[in-house]
Design a protein around this ligand. Sequence first.
Ligand code: HEM
Ligand code: HEM
Length: 185
Amino acid sequence: MSNSAQGYGKVAIVLHWLIAVVMIGMICLGLYINKNEAYHLMSTHKSVGILIFVFVVWRLLLRLLKGFLPALGSTSTFQQILSRLVHWILLLGTVLFPLSGMVMSAMGGRGLQVFGTEIFPMNMLNGRPAAINEDVSEMAANIHELLVPIMIAAIALHILGVIYHQFIVKDNTLSRMLGCTKCHK
Ligand code: HEM
Ligand code: HEM
C-alpha cells in the first residue's frame, strides 16, 4: 500500500491518475464554459470539483506524511529542484482550484450543490442569491482565475519532464507511476 524505496504505493498511483484526468478535464471544461457561455454545464463543473476535493486533500496528506520518492537515474541538482518545485505547484494547485471555487460560490451566496444535493445553503435575499462576503468571494474568484495559466504551465512542464525521463534518459520514471515494479533498476 505505502510508497517503498523503489515504487509508489497502489493508493498513490490510483490517486495520481484519477486526479490527473479530472484536473485536465476540469480545466478544459471551465475554459469551454466561459468561452462558449455554456453555463448549463456549470453545475457539473462545480459538483465534480467539490467531489475531487476529498481526493486531493487525501493525496496531499499522504505526500506530507510520506514525502516524494527520490529521482531515478542520474539527475542533476537543477533538474531535481525543478521537478520538486513543479510537483509542489501541482499538489497545491489541485487543492487551491476546488477550494477557491467553493469559497467563491459559498461566499457569493450561491451555495454548494453536488449533483442536486445541497451541502452549503444559498443565501437568499428578496428571492435572489445575495453575497455573504463579496470581498472574500471576489478574492477566491481571482485565485481561481490566476491558477489557470500557472497550472497549465506546470502540467505542460510536468508532461515534458516525464517524456524526457521515459524516452530520452530511459530511467523508467513513467513505469514507476504506472505501478510496474519489475521495471525498476
Ligand atoms: C478541479 C477543480 C477545478 C478546476 C480545475 C477548475 C477550473 C476552472 C477553469 C479553468 C475555469 C475557467 C476560468 C477562466 O476562463 O478564466 C473555471 C471557472 C469557474 N469555476 Fe472552476 N474549477 C474547479 C473547481 C471548481 C469548483 C469546486 C467550483 C465551485 C463550487 C468552481 C466554480 C467555478 C466558477 C463559478 C467559474 C466561473 C468563474 C468566472 O467566470 O468568473 N470551480 N474553473
Ligand atoms: C498525461 C499526464 C501525466 C503524466 C504522464 C504524469 C506522469 C507522472 C509521473 C511519471 C510521475 C512520477 C515522477 C517521479 O517518480 O519522479 C508523476 C508524479 C506526479 N504527478 Fe503526474 N502525470 C500527469 C499529469 C499530472 C497532473 C495533471 C497532475 C496534477 C495536476 C500531476 C501531478 C503529479 C504530482 C504531484 C506528482 C508527484 C508524486 C505524487 O505526489 O503523486 N500529474 N506524474
